[in-house]
Design a protein around this ligand. Structure first.
Ligand code: ZN
Length: 301
């Protein structure tokens, strides 16, 4: 397939950000260690599934689910917002995408929304409604989308000693607006991380969640091309990165309307990230006492 020129031309910072730039350092789980600490938001009887901590205290990194666990796929939507976009929002620029959320509801697509704390502050009613809807789960995408490595597509960088606080600040912002069920999952802005970043965010008790399918929806204008990219990339267990930020990703709602029926036609079932992690965690640490019902997600579709 030829990538339309206008899509290439549209590759701005956010588009580059979605291209991903993980170091590829997979942190192998250590079965001898206890399971990851529960998020302070998780009640004791409904603990969200997490992966075992990586070696040397690094946060575990989840990129995709089991390839042989059936045709499941997780659509994830990053609700980006930076600290300096407040004035732009005040002038009418929309960093939210209520039409997208409505379409996901209409099509009954379980999804995971990686929300910045800044987004939750800007759109508290939407943040609360997404959280309250059992179709969705809210996870953490930092407070205001600073990069966690020094070179990440031109994003401003957060100092290592402030990384943990930034993740926790986002969780606090969620709580402040009434988001009560945020999952202990963290998506690095731009997908950029290194050992230092993994060590620092581990202190916040999170599992880092990357992806294996880049939709390329940021700044795209051709919904068909984005949909094609998703359909070409999805395999069983895939995690697809998309955006819930209308001004930066205007085609996403149309993309969802195209890919959801097609993937269902191909036999895929949509799941939230927690379901993929639960399946993976159970496989990687079969002897862990936290398996079974204790590791069940707090909510079902
Ligand atoms: Zn982002």
């Amino acid at each position: 397939m030829t990538v339309p020129v206008r899509r290439l031309a549209a590759l701005g910072v956010l588009a580059a950000v979605t291209a991903g730039c993980g170091t590829g350092q997979d942190s192998a789980p250590d079965p001898d260690r206890p399971s990851a600490p529960a998020s302070p938001r998780a009640s004791a009887d409904a603990r969200p599934p997490t992966l075992a901590p990586g070696p040397e205290g690094l946060a575990p990194v989840f990129k995709s689910g089991k390839r042989d666990g059936g045709k499941t796929v997780a659509l994830t939507f990053d609700a980006d917002m930076t600290a300096d976009q407040g004035p732009r929002a005040a002038k009418g620029e929309r960093f939210d995408n209520p039409e997208l959320i409505a379409t996901l509801r209409r099509l009954k697509v379980p999804s995971t929304v990686f929300m910045t704390g800044r987004w939750a502050e800007e759109y508290p009613d939407q943040a609360r409604a997404i959280d309250a809807d059992p179709l969705f789960e809210v996870a953490n995408h930092s407070y205001s989308h600073y990069a966690f490595t020094s070179h990440c597509y031109g994003l401003p960088t957060i100092a290592p000693e402030k990384m943990r606080a930034d993740v926790e600040r986002a969780f606090r912002a969620f709580e402040k607006v009434g988001v009560e069920n945020a999952m202990p999952y963290f998506r690095f802005p731009g997908g950029c991380y290194d050992r230092s970043a993994l060590r620092n965010v581990a202190q916040a008790g999170v599992t880092a969640v990357q992806w294996d399918v880049v939709s390329g929806d940021a700044f795209a204008t051709d919904a068909d091309a984005v949909a094609e990219e998703v359909l070409r990339g999805v395999r069983p267990g895939s995690v697809v990165v998309l955006h819930c930020t209308r001004s930066a990703a205007p085609t996403t709602e149309r993309v969802v309307r195209k890919v959801v029926p097609e993937l269902r036609e191909r036999g895929y079932r949509f799941v939230r990230v927690s379901e993929l992690i639960r399946a993976q965690g159970a496989e990687e640490a079969p002897g862990r006492p936290s398996g079974g019902s204790a590791a069940a997600p707090s909510r079902t579709p």
